[in-house]
Design a binder for this molecule. Sequence first.
Ligand code: MN
Ligand code: MN
Length: 317
Amino acid sequence: MLAVFGHTNPDTDAITSALVYARLLTRQGVEARAYRLGELNFETPFVLREAGVDVPDLLPTLEAGAAVALVDHNESAQSVPNLTELTVMRVVDHHKLGDLTTAQPPYLRFEPVGSTGTLLLKLHREAGLPVERADARLMLSAILSDTLHFRSPTTTPDDREAVAFLAPVAEVADVEAYALAMFAAKSDLGDTPAETLLRMDYKVFPFGDPTRPQSVQQWGLGVIETTNPGYVLGRQAELLAAMDRVRAEDGLNGVLLSVVDILNETNRTLVLSATEEKVLREAFGVEMAGGLADLGGRISRKKQIVPTLEAYFTPTA
Ligand code: MN
Ligand code: MN
């Protein structure tokens, strides 16, 4: 049995891609089962309800050598703690390649598209398998979620074509209205504790030159995508306290939390200390006011934040 899972702090793409890929593999004669590596955000339960699909189980502890398939991630820092002991058979992903190594020749599918959902549609087509309604709904939702309905600069023509193809199969008549309902569900944060908000869409990245381990810094990068940034910014003090705790607990060099206004396409990032302020100023050339850095229209961590920090921490000679 192949265990299929997306990254820790799962987003909609990480959950739906595990479900869709496990089903696709099973239809192709590979016994596979979807799992999750953490609690769901506020958007994903809405998507699963709409699709009529159950929440996947938490991944149990796997014995060394167990066969796994990774979706929507490949870096060990974002995966199961004992990834290096497991047998990675397959990866379907749209992120930069990290530290992945395998003991056997794996199946790999990487493309710089907006969502793993887009790649899973391609895999259905290449296998000559019709897309079922629930799977169509899951892939459609993943693409809308990851691309913020095509607002993100990560959006490609393949993502737009996939949504146009999937919408009628998924029986979504009004894609714009459906996307807004997803984003509203995601933004309905209630009295969620600040640390949960910080960790909901949160990834740790090593920056620096891996051949000189003493130069490597670990940074935690959180994003809150919301249609109601005023609510999140109203909890600035609590969120800063949570960032301070997480930096200490996880032994990080710095923590950034970006509040992305989905509808207005802006990014205001909370500034924890002089360390983060220096990096934001020097890497992005932005100014701070009121404990916030205005990162303008940089709404994609993957395309507009991480590469800039990589270049900053690893200057080329
Ligand atoms: Mn993801
Ligand atoms: Mn994704």
